[in-house]
Design a protein around this ligand. Structure first.
Ligand code: NDP
Length: 291
């Protein structure tokens, strides 16, 4: 079994971006990071994004509206950022407070600055295989991890567990694309799928994104399969100072001996998400400068 090391691949992408940004003359790429309220996970995610941007040489503008901001006020803020020629990418950290319609916010971010890839236009561009779009960071990170680990999906049965707009649907469309590295035969499973193990056992490449700790067990995996674990779940663990440990959607202990390649949690898909956000920001900058 080969361990797919997301930290190592992400570090390589960050180093490539750093060299690319260093070669740019004039204004550097800039990402606006909008974090509403003080959700602890969001605080740490935005810090990590700010730190990675700084490491690459990308300017970040962190904007911290209070949790009481109204949807209209948030829209006005996004309109300002959309119109600001010195801002290339905009990220609105989710989750947003309950009184705000998250999908409406994703739509409000200009498609040209939508480095998170959740705008309707960018999701549509995946289906149209239009390379000018921005692919959502986690699905893009999964594809990059597979490519850099030498996994070609051509002709393979790719089974995606989960149909969210953020991971399951876009990664399934990417695996299906008619281009080098993709060309998979894709099945998407969800909570209404009947006899899930019978389907997952057919997978040459299994991508688990359901948010259920250690859901995928050895009896659900074909020997030799490539297993990508997207899940990030907190499981109570009295031995840890925090009182919990992070685990994926795959039972790593029993599945890893069977798999030909597998991503760990943490240290698999997670680090790729931030690296791809930065890659999208440099792409947005280039498109903006060329426009
Ligand atoms: P969502 O909750 O939005 O979607 C979960 C999907 O899994 C749904 O389609 C749901 O089906 C399906 N599902 C849930 N339970 C079952 C079940 N028992 N059997 C079959 N299908 C099931 O989750 P996300 O896609 O946002 O995230 C999935 C996981 O990935 C989470 O652990 C999340 O933390 C993690 N994640 C990790 C990222 C990273 O950077 N590594 C980034 C984003 C997410 P249905 O549609 O029918 O409800």
């Amino acid at each position: 079994m080969d361990l797919i090391d997301g930290n190592q691949v992400a570090a390589a992408i960050i180093a490539e971006l750093k060299a690319e940004v260093a070669s740019l003359r004039g204004r550097k790429p800039c990402i606006a990071l909008v974090r509403v309220g003080e959700d602890p996970a969001s605080v740490s995610y935005v810090k990590k994004k700010e730190k990675t941007a700084a490491e690459i040489g990308i300017t970040s503008r962190v904007i911290l509206p209070p949790v009481t901001i109204t949807q209209e006020e948030l829209f006005a803020l996004l309109d300002q950022l959309n119109a600001d020629p010195t801002v290339d990418g905009i990220l609105v950290q989710s989750p947003l407070p309950k009184h705000i319609d998250e999908v409406a916010v994703f739509r409000r971010v200009s498609a040209a600055k939508d480095v998170d890839g959740f705008n309707t236009l960018n999701l549509g561009k995946i289906a149209q295989e239009d390379p000018t779009g921005f692919v959502a960071c986690t699905p893009a990170g999964i594809m990059e991890l597979l490519a850099r680990s030498g996994v070609d999906l051509k002709g393979k049965h790719v089974v995606v567990l989960g149909r969210s707009l953020i991971v399951g649907k876009p990664v399934a469309l990417l695996a299906l694309q008619k281009k080098a590295g993709a060309n998979g035969t894709v099945t998407i499973c969800h909570s209404q799928t009947k006899d899930l193990p019978a389907i997952t056992r057919q997978a040459d490449v299994l991508i688990a994104a359901i948010g259920r700790a250690e859901f995928v067990t050895a009896d659900m995996v074909k020997p030799g399969a490539v297993v990508i674990d997207v899940g990030i779940n907190r499981v109570a663990d009295a031995a840890k100072k925090t009182g919990y440990r992070l685990t994926g959607d795959v039972n790593f202990a029993t599945v890893s001996p069977l798999a030909s390649k597998i991503t760990p949690v943490p240290g698999g898909v997670g680090p790729m998400t931030v690296a791809m956000l930065m890659k999208n920001t440099v792409k947005a900058y280039r498109l903006q400068v060329a426009a």
